[in-house]
Design a binder for this molecule. Structure first.
Ligand code: C2E
Ligand code: MG
Ligand code: MG
Ligand code: MG
Length: 277
């Protein structure tokens, strides 16, 4: 969308090249530089309730304000950051940025809940829990103000370790959400054991709901499944009012997507929220 630029030249990561390549080193150097020189930006995308009480919720999404290349979307550097392990620093940067924002005078007294994405690497990091807890303490933010999103495929990468980590995070008071649900082949029996609060239906199904095919059926079954397991269900990638209405009629709990709002710079989120009245 607006502001999006394709990376070109040495910055575009090509996984076909081996990890010792000059290209990898140069992107890693650029990413480190980006964190140190405050080139990363916190964007917030509103999430709305479709029934009952309107809550104040948003998903935190990273953007890279690159001095030459403009606003770089996460899919152009997150997969690379995953591969090199740098994503753990990125997660901590994002988590701290969200805590800092939640502690500002404008946000502090509002019943906000912000979702932060974790990566596969984070699930293997034994230090993660206490690092997150230390950041909460530093900014005086409650764990319940944060929801951690973990993709279904990251969980299924190493289900046992993921389960152990989710249990620890849940004991710390974090809300937990399974992101991109429907793409990761988890079993029902397994899902039931995880201490999660929310399922987020992958946008590929939501975007196809009004077209011929199985997407509407998959969305409806996922909503029923989530409710039968006692979970809140969120649809991501809601691009039209027709789909929003359809989701409401299926008793989906929450929605997120361009039909509601694009991701906004954090400073604009409360302005957007106020205008909703
Ligand atoms: P995600 O967590 O599934 O986030 C939802 C993505 O869908 C976001 O893309 C969002 O901008 C996009 N989206 C929202 N509404 C719509 C819509 O109506 N239509 C369409 N087509 N797309 C919509 P974004 O911001 O480009 O992020 C892509 C992915 O990058 C995220 O997917 C997440 O996996 C990852 N990501 C973003 N920020 C972070 C971060 O701070 N840490 C980690 N580990 N991953 C992140
Ligand atoms: Mg997410
Ligand atoms: Mg998602
Ligand atoms: Mg997704």
């Amino acid at each position: 969308y607006a502001g999006k630029r394709q990376l070109s030249g040495p910055l575009r990561y090509d996984p076909a090249l081996d990890s010792a390549s000059a290209q990898t080193l140069s992107l890693l150097t650029e990413l480190r530089h980006a964190v140190e020189h405050h080139e990363l930006r916190l964007y917030l995308q509103p999430k709305i309730a479709l029934h009952g009480q309107p809550g104040l919720a948003a998903e935190a999404l990273v953007r890279w304000q690159h001095p030459q290349r403009g606003l770089v979307p996460p899919m152009e550097f997150i997969p690379f950051a995953e591969q090199t392990g740098f994503v753990r620093q990125l997660t901590l940067w994002m988590f701290e940025e969200v805590c800092r924002w939640l502690a500002t005078p404008a946000a502090r007294h509002l019943p906000l809940r912000v979702s932060v994405n974790l990566s596969t690497r984070d699930l293997l990091d034994p230090e993660l829990c206490h690092r997150l807890a230390a950041l909460l303490a530093r900014y005086g933010v409650a764990a319940s103000a944060l929801c951690l999103e973990i993709t279904e495929s990251a969980i299924m990468d190493d289900p046992q370790r993921a389960e152990a980590m989710l249990n620890r995070l849940s004991e710390h008071g974090f809300k937990l959400s399974i992101d991109d649900f429907g793409t990761g082949y988890s079993s029902l029996a397994y899902l039931k054991r995880l201490p999660v609060d929310e399922l987020k239906i992958d946008k590929s199904f939501v975007m196809g709901m009004e077209s011929a095919g199985d997407d509407a059926l998959i969305v409806r079954s996922t909503i029923d499944l989530a409710h039968n397991l006692g979970l809140t269900v969120v649809a991501e990638g809601v691009e039209t009012q027709a789909i929003l209405g359809h989701l409401r009629s299926l008793s989906c709990d929450e929605a997120q997507g361009y039909a509601i709002s694009k991701p906004l710079p954090a400073a604009d989120y409360l302005v957007w929220q106020t205008r909703q009245g």
